[in-house]
Design a protein. Structure first.
Length: 835
């Protein structure tokens, strides 16, 4: 056991000089980091490591807390975890020795949603108590548990929230959420990134904690609405992803119930289990596919750090659960009263000690079951046996990105050294193979298969029971990558690939006398095009198929005419991106468009939406320059003088048009676009601008522009039509500039999206006459039959483009990115004959 220093070690309140946990008091991130570094300097059982820097450049830290002896042997215990995580070649007797030596590794993550402030404040208090041994359970915990404590998964957001809270103290706006995203790019969606790994904070956590330590328990502390139960803990409700090992399902249930029992024994009312939250989507639960459990706690919020008083009758039903009713999973009802930040922290602290005590007292059980889950994974014998990714792909770079995601999640990837046959199909050498009998085969399977979500109703024949997140997440469908599921055993000569190579960019063909041809289907072509435009080179697109050197190239093929310096600029550029470019030696004469640099604006509502952040993230990644426009900028008018295209990210019509209420926010953050903003946008389009509406924002444009288009799903009740996040089949017109680069049949994400009946305008993509569902869940699919998904409507000298799908959804739906990119290029495409 480590030595404790109860006299010398100062508490957070003593060290920071603020009463942590009291009403209307918050520590910001520099203060939290300062305290943890101080604690590590005086407490032998605490070590602090900086894993890297956040998106905004703040230190991203973890505190490793255990006995001094354990900390001195961290490498040994990490090696045990890694060996048990992949037990191939490990004899049972050797495994038992490692189980006897191992420690329960607990990863505790706080504050990923920055307005949920309690856990980050608690983290400093908890670390202090463990350091000084103020709880009698501490010695047992430190001896048997290695705690990886992340004080905040979102340091930038904490600073934003604390700054806003301090600025609005003693004003009518005290306790409101900031009027901007609390993560630069993804806001609340930052805990939906645990399989795509797009954000810096996600990657740091996965690389340095999950993959390095393979924790048996991940405790993720959250907060929820103020007027529901006081705290949720597992068991989760159905459905559970069938790819989660049953041992983990039972363990998460048992641990959650133990935590709930401790809270109830301490007189903490309003604790519910087996309600509200499911465990279906891997977007929130990386560890479920890596041998450990994810324990989610959701505590009722106050108003950031300001107390709130609720009457009993003000408690409200949430996801079918009524907090006013006692039941087996909610035995002690909270009767109302004043709810404070300290209450939230106390509930979280009791739950944390219960978890750590369970992890300590059942150390061998946790380590052994971790080993058993891993052993079952490598001994898998059920179909499917593997997934195959053929080398010939419509977008080789997206196929590489899919493999890269699997690789980052420690999935083993193989490549065929020779041709082989699987399920009576022959595949060439170079084919990628992902066998499922491997330690993290469950992750590969859940990401590569097409989900079939159960038809769950609130009662037989009644309305649907909504999933907590999405019923579909299949990456091949979202990314437009051809992947084959293998149902029968097969043999092949395979080679393990430790590092998947990026596609080799090259220029093929003879001398580029006339210029170069770039593929329209590859999304990364946009990077090359945008750099060429920024450098002043001319760029064209073909309107019809053209035949070059005996090969037919599709409409939308990019043509870059030869120009001084291009032969020096293009080769390193395509090599960097991984793009294959074709030379053009002979004469080419075809109708097309010259595409010029677009002056692009993105609307940013003061009612922040994650879609706005994701849109910026995607555009920055593909190097589209843009400017942000807030309500005041648009209301001011004269937009056409400064912009060629404006994007309205997905948001309700009410949110876009009306914005925030003046009762809740200062005047500068209120009012939405209003009629002045809509009028300015109408003038912009009439003068030749292109307005691009994404997903739900289409409703605001249809209403505000009186378009000859109707959203046929508006007002349809969920018992007649329901599609809360599924992947659907769409039929595309690849001859339209917005549809360039696509095949006739594609897949698109649908998240309570619109669908259109078009009186005037051009349909770029529509749903089929039958069977639109590819993955997920849909009720009433006939409401979509032959309805439009993407529409272009001419208006004055300009146009409105309705992208009725979330085409850039969470930076996951990469296969549909080009609908957005093509829409932007459409704004500055000038008809011309390409010579």
């Amino acid at each position: 056991m480590g030595a404790h220093l109860p006299v010398m070690t100062r508490s957070p309140t003593e060290y920071l000089g603020i009463p942590l946990g009291e009403d209307r008091v918050l520590a910001d991130w520099p203060q939290i980091v300062d305290y943890f570094r101080y604690l590590a300097s005086v407490a032998p059982c605490v070590r602090v490591r900086e894993l890297g820097r956040s998106t905004g450049g703040n230190p991203f830290i973890v505190a490793i807390i255990s006995s001094e002896d354990n900390l001195n042997r961290l490498d040994h215990y990490r090696w045990i975890q890694q060996r048990l995580a992949d037990p191939r070649g490990l004899e049972p007797a050797d495994a038992e020795q490692l189980i006897a030596q191992g420690r329960t590794v607990v990863l505790m993550t706080c504050g990923i949603h920055a307005t949920e402030v309690a856990a980050t404040q608690l983290s400093a208090e908890l670390a202090y108590e463990l350091a000084v041994g103020s709880d009698p359970r501490t010695p047992e915990i430190l001896e048997n548990v290695i705690l990886l404590l992340v004080p905040s998964l979102n340091p930038d957001g904490l600073n934003l929230v604390v700054d806003w809270y301090r600025r609005t103290l003693d004003t009518p706006y005290e306790g409101t959420n900031p009027p901007e995203l609390y993560h630069k790019y993804c806001g609340h969606d930052n805990n939906r990134d645990w399989f795509m790994f797009t954000q810096v904070e996600t990657r740091l956590t996965v690389e340095h904690l999950h993959n390095a330590w393979h924790p048996q328990i991940v405790y993720d502390l959250h907060q929820m609405a103020v007027n529901g139960p006081r705290m949720f803990l597992p068991p989760y409700i159905d459905p559970i992803d069938p790819n989660v090992d049953p041992i983990l399902v039972q363990q998460s249930s048992a641990l959650g119930l133990a935590m709930a029992a401790e809270l109830t024994a301490r007189g903490k009312a309003g604790v519910v289990t087996n309600a509200i939250f499911d465990a279906y989507s891997p977007s929130r639960a990386y560890q479920h596919y890596h041998g450990g459990v994810r324990i989610l706690s959701e505590a009722a919020s106050c108003r950031i750090a300001s107390p709130v008083t609720l009457k009993f009758e003000e408690l409200s039903e949430i996801f079918g659960f009524d907090p006013k009713v006692a039941s087996w999973n909610h035995p002690l009802v909270w009767r109302g009263g004043t709810w404070r930040l300290r209450d939230v922290m106390d509930y979280q602290k009791i739950a944390t000690y219960a978890l750590l005590t369970h992890a300590a007292r059942n150390r061998r059980e946790w380590v052994r079951n971790f080993y058993l889950v891993s052993k079952r994974a490598i001994e898998r014998t059920d179909p499917p046996y593997a997934f195959i990714i053929p080398p010939d792909q419509p977008d080789p770079i997206l196929a590489f990105e899919l493999l890269e995601i699997l690789e980052f999640a420690q999935v083993e990837i193989y490549r065929a050294k020779a041709a082989f046959e699987a399920d009576r199909t022959t595949y060439p050498a170079g084919t990628w193979v992902i066998p499922l009998a491997q330690p993290y085969g469950a992750f590969a399977k859940t990401m590569l298969e097409a989900q079939r979500y159960p038809d769950l109703r609130q009662y037989p024949g009644g309305p649907p029971k909504p999933p907590y997140d999405l019923p579909a997440h299949s990456l091949p469908l979202q990314m437009g990558v051809n992947v084959v599921q293998v149902e029968q055993p097969f043999t092949a000569e395979l080679m393990r690939v430790e590092k998947v190579p990026r596609p080799v960019g090259c220029i093929k063909g003879g001398p580029a006398t006339r210029g170069y041809l770039l593929p329209p289907a590859v999304k990364a072509t946009a990077i090359v095009v945008n750099r060429l435009l920024a450098a002043g080179y001319r760029v064209w697109r073909t309107r019809r198929p053209v035949v070059v050197d005996g090969e037919e190239l599709p409409p939308g093929t990019w043509v870059v005419p030869q120009a001084p310096g291009l032969e020096q600029v293009l080769p390193p550029l395509v090599s960097e991106v991984g793009l294959t470019v074709q030379t053009l030696a002979g004469t080419l004469e075809v109708e097309g468009y010259e595409v010029r640099p677009a002056r692009l604006g993105i609307y940013k509502s003061w009612r922040p939406t994650t879609d706005e952040g994701w849109t910026r993230f995607v555009l920055e990644r593909y190097e589209f320059p843009y400017r942000t426009l807030v309500d005041q900028d648009i209301r001011r008018g004269r937009l056409r003088a400064e912009f060629d295209a404006i994007i309205l990210p997905s948001q309700s019509a009410r949110g876009i048009i009306q914005g925030n209420s003046p009762r809740e926010y200062p005047p500068e953050y209120c009012g939405g676009l209003g009629e002045p903003g809509l009028s300015a946008l109408r003038d912009f389009v009439a003068a030749g601008g292109t307005l691009i509406a994404l997903d739900r924002a289409c409703d605001a444009v249809i209403q505000g522009f009186w378009l000859p288009v109707r959203n046929v799903l508006q007002g349809v009740k969920s018992d007649r039509f329901y599609c809360p996040g599924s992947i659907l089949r769409i039929l595309v017109d690849p001859t339209h500039p917005v549809g360039y680069g696509y095949r006739r049949e594609e897949a698109g994400m649908f998240v309570n999206s619109p669908a259109f009946e078009v009186q005037q305008g051009t349909v770029v993509a529509h749903y089929p006459f039958a069977n639109p569902l590819l993955a997920g869940w849909i009720l009433g699919p006939e409401h979509l039959f032959n309805r439009a998904a993407i529409v272009e409507v001419p208006l004055g000298k300009g146009r409105v483009i309705l992208l009725g799908l979330p085409v850039q959804f969470r930076a996951q739906a990469r296969g549909t990115y080009n609908f957005l990119f093509n829409s932007i290029y459409r704004a500055t495409s000038i008809p011309a004959v390409i010579h």
